[in-house]
Write a protein of this length. Structure first.
Length: 287
């Protein structure tokens, strides 16, 4: 049986990236018991900047000059707001459920792309969007009491999609290193604002170590995903992002005795199917 080495390595990088993101989710869930979400977002950005600093210095300041500062700001605002939503959801609902809501981004991306950058999409994409929202409705289970944290997590998925579309919009002139630099810079600045208005909390020594780990695993996870999509087509390695549901379910069961309900399984199946349909749909060029 013939294996494409690049695809195999790219797929492994995606899986490793999702393992690190699941680990980040576990750290957020643990730290969120005492530390407010807005502080976790700030520390996540600060320690990410520290981790990225050596790489950014190697790029030199001449490589970060841009004429699209407004787009970088939009990407940063939507990305940080998505982070606030995701961190809040992680602290208040089951780990696997929060990770599932994070994976709703592919459902929102084509909608935002149609409205914002006038991207044409295929009929299959519309089918995928419909399936995805059906999965979301089943997951939220509107006949029962809907958790506010789940709604917040869903909003986070939409904001994350907006951030990705903004990256797509400026990718014709902005290299990855420059986008990473401005997100780290603006993300730290934006998330620092609530730090001066909210009630201060001084982390313990163990919590500081976990916060450092939070920035580290999040950055390493992003590195693996970026590397994977750089070396292999998204249509071939992208489906492995859904492996995060496996890791999150196992971690939630082992550490917090969490087990998804039947509506979560059905909703997850539809959302994953929707993501794959959208991923494999034939894309056309933008107007």
């Amino acid at each position: 049986m013939h294996f494409n080495k690049i695809i195999v390595i790219g797929s492994l990088f995606v899986i490793l990236g999702e393992v690190f993101f699941t680990t980040m989710g576990m750290l957020i869930k643990t730290l969120g018991e005492n530390i407010p979400s807005y502080q976790l977002v700030f520390y996540r950005n600060v320690f990410a900047v520290i981790v990225l600093a050596p790489f950014l210095f190697r790029q030199r300041l001449t490589h970060v000059k841009t004429k699209r500062i407004g787009m970088h700001l939009i990407r940063s605002i939507t990305g940080v707001m998505a982070m606030y939503c995701f961190f809040y959801a992680l602290a208040n609902i089951e780990l696997a459920n929060a990770m599932l809501l994070k994976l709703t981004g592919p459902i929102f991306i084509p909608i935002i792309a149609i409205l914002w950058i006038h991207e044409k999409v295929s009929a299959k994409t519309y089918v995928g969007i419909a399936l995805g929202f059906l999965g979301v409705i089943i997951f939220l289970n509107p006949t029962a009491e809907i958790q506010i944290a789940s709604i917040v997590g869903l909003i986070g998925g939409a904001l994350a999609a907006a951030a990705k579309v903004s990256i797509r919009k400026m990718s014709d002139t902005e290299p990855t290193a420059r986008i990473v630099f401005y997100f780290a810079l603006f993300g730290t600045m934006i998330s620092s604002i609530p730090m001066f208005t909210g009630e201060p909390y001084m982390p313990s020594t163990n919590e500081w170590l976990l916060l450092i780990g939070l920035g580290l695993v999040g950055t390493v996870g992003q590195f693996f995903l970026t590397k994977a999509y750089h070396m292999a087509p998204a249509s071939q390695v992208g489906p492995f992002t859904y492996s995060s549901l496996i890791w999150a379910s196992l971690a939630g069961w082992f550490f917090w005795n969490e087990w998804p309900e039947i509506n979560t399984f059905i909703g997850a199946a539809l959302i994953i199917t929707a993501g794959l349909v959208i991923l494999y749909s034939k894309k056309t060029t933008t107007k």
